[in-house]
Design a protein around this ligand. Structure first.
Ligand code: CP
Ligand code: NVA
Length: 327
């Protein structure tokens, strides 16, 4: 390890873990102050370096249980949170979906039960309002958004960590999201503008980033960060430092898959789109990818693709988030 790295980790340790988050829960990137986002990213880098050496210096979850409540499928989020909780000294419980947030009892009653047993809940569900209701019902339960229809904040923290690893300081850099203005696009926009990035979102008409998000981003942007919305994917990727895409139909929109195949066809990230972006442009995808649809094999498997770095960084970013939340 070089001296600057050691110094950087020491600074991260002094700043990052020492203070917990102001908010009880992490339901949105907007729950973090700028300083908390910076500290979380510094701590994630520290924990990543430590893990490579076979250790974790912080165990804020020792003696604690965390519940995993997933209304939708997950490989990455569930696996990485399970590992993260265990590496931070805690244990997970994983109630079956039909008794977690199903129709067996109210969301509020589930939260009030869990609050008596566990310190935290990692929740993947449909409406963000359902998550807010759950978190609001249990004042001593720390709740993390593991994806809702509207936001995917844990993904975004890993995404900006990955962008920083590859691009360095993100101020003035451009990331273009091509496709549906969905939960992943929203959280990416929140985090990226907080770090001073220009975020371009290119979507078919009617599938743009929701208008209120543009105002939210303007409110939290630093260092000239901004969001631009367009219907022209080629113009949007031209000159971008990174191109990001996600599935055309998200979980819960399965009945729209066929219609969206046609609507989004011109928004496929393929070699000619990456050519427009340039040879240095990174390619990102939250995964799972539908190869041959929103992205081609050639792009997914190209040297420009950092999709598995993103996937790895889910673990480090979430360990940092949990460490901050439980400090
Ligand atoms: N990116 C992501 O959230 O993946 P999973 O749906 O597998 O958790
Ligand atoms: N937008 C996708 C992201 C999956 C990680 C979905 O919500 O299904």
């Amino acid at each position: 390890m070089t001296d600057p790295q050691v110094r950087s980790f020491s600074r991260a340790k002094a700043r990052g873990i020492a203070r917990g988050l102001r908010a009880k829960d992490f339901l949105s990137v907007l729950d973090l102050s700028h300083e908390e986002l910076d500290d979380t990213l510094a701590l994630a880098a520290q924990l990543k370096a430590e893990r490579a050496l076979g250790r974790t210096s912080v165990t804020p979850l020792a003696g604690k249980h965390v519940a995993l409540l997933f209304d939708k499928p997950s490989l990455r989020t569930k696996s990485t949170f399970t590992i993260a909780v265990r590496e931070l000294g805690g244990n997970v419980i994983d109630p079956a979906a039909d008794v977690a947030l199903g129709s067996r009892e109210t969301v509020t009653d589930v939260a009030k039960n869990l609050e008596r047993w566990v310190a935290g809940a990692i929740v993947r569900t449909f409406a963000q309002a359902r998550l807010l209701e759950f978190a609001g019902a249990a004042p001593s339960l720390k709740v993390v958004n593991a994806l809702t229809d509207e936001e995917h904040p844990c993904q975004a923290i890993a995404d900006v960590l990955t962008l920083r690893e590859h691009l360095g300081d993100l101020r003035g850099r451009t990331v273009t999201f091509v496709g549906d203005g969905n939960n992943v696009a929203v959280s990416l926009a929140h985090a990226a503008v907080m770090l001073g990035m220009c975020v371009r979102v290119a979507s078919p008409k009617g599938y743009e980033l929701p208008k209120p998000i543009i105002a939210e981003c303007a409110r939290v942007a630093r260092w000239g960060g901004l969001v631009e919305v367009t219907n022209d994917p080629i113009a949007a990727v031209t000159g971008a430092d990174a191109v990001y895409t996600d599935v055309w139909a998200s979980m819960g929109q399965e009945e729209q898959i066929d219609a969206r195949e046609t609507i989004f066809a011109a928004f496929q990230v393929n070699e000619s789109m990456m050519d427009a972006a340039g040879p240095e442009a990174l390619f990102l995808h939250c995964l799972p990818a539908h190869r041959g649809h929103e992205v081609t094999d050639a792009v997914m498997d190209s040297p420009q693709s950092v999709v598995f770095d993103q996937s790895e960084n889910r673990l480090h970013a979430q360990k940092a988030l949990l460490a901050k939340l439980f400090t």
